[in-house]
Write a new protein. Structure first.
Length: 231
């Protein structure tokens, strides 16, 4: 997109990762009081749940990608990462800008993101445990009625304590916190990419009612579902 003054958001926070790779200088983000320029030749990566301000400059060609990383990361992630763009970055960015039909966007965006994340040493070089992939798919299929810890343990065929040890090998948080984040991330996708009512989004992600959903959503993202959809 070409930025205008409307890209002037404060305390942005969501469960998506973001990558900014601008084709013109001038715009920036501000994180914990630090101004980070979005300049040509550099990709700025902001991990999920990073809170920041958007500092626009009208007329700047602004490339942004929101994405999720379902793989385990091999080290703690700082609040912002600056990675030099590769030699083919400009051509790839222009291809993304002009991509038609939109279905071509996914492989082009991956072509930009994978080298960037690899250069930042985020991606775990170890093969992903197929059992973990099956577990994530099983949980996603039960989003409307999220499983409790005992049910998760039964899926693995283990005791709750053994399940928690297995789970800790793949996630750096408790099963309950991980499941809540996953549900909120799915809610964000539905709020942004469907016209479902907030009540329906709450039901589809396993929350008893809109009030409870809004309370948990705001705790996780810093904003309400309605404000997230508008912004």
């Amino acid at each position: 997109m070409t930025l205008g003054r409307e890209w002037d958001y404060r305390r942005v926070c969501s469960p998506f990762w973001r990558a900014y790779a601008n084709l013109d200088p001038g715009a920036a983000v501000r994180i914990s009081g630090r101004r980070v320029a979005l300049r040509p030749g550099t990709v700025i990566v902001l991990p999920q749940e990073t809170r920041y301000d958007c500092l626009p400059k009208a007329g700047v060609r602004h490339l942004w990608i929101h994405f999720s990383i379902p793989l385990p990361l091999n080290r703690p992630v700082p609040s912002v990462v600056e990675v030099p763009a590769g030699s083919d970055w400009t051509a790839l960015a222009c291809a993304i800008e002009c991509a038609q039909p939109p279905a071509r966007l996914a492989p082009l965006c991956l072509g930009l993101l994978i080298p960037v994340l690899s250069a930042a040493h985020f991606l775990n070089p170890e093969p992903l445990d197929p059992g973990w992939s099956r577990f994530c798919a099983w949980v996603d299929d039960r989003m409307t009625a999220p499983p409790a810890l005992a049910e998760m343990a039964r899926w693995l065929g283990a005791s709750p304590r053994t399940f928690q040890r297995w789970f800790a090998q793949h996630a750096a948080e408790s099963p309950t916190a991980w499941l809540t984040r996953r549900r909120i991330r799915e809610a964000c996708r539905r709020l942004r990419f469907t016209r479902d009512s907030i009540e329906h989004v709450a039901e589809a992600t396993g929350f008893a009612n809109r009030h409870y959903f809004s309370r948990i959503f705001q705790k996780e993202t810093g904003t309400t579902p309605a404000a997230f959809r508008r912004g």
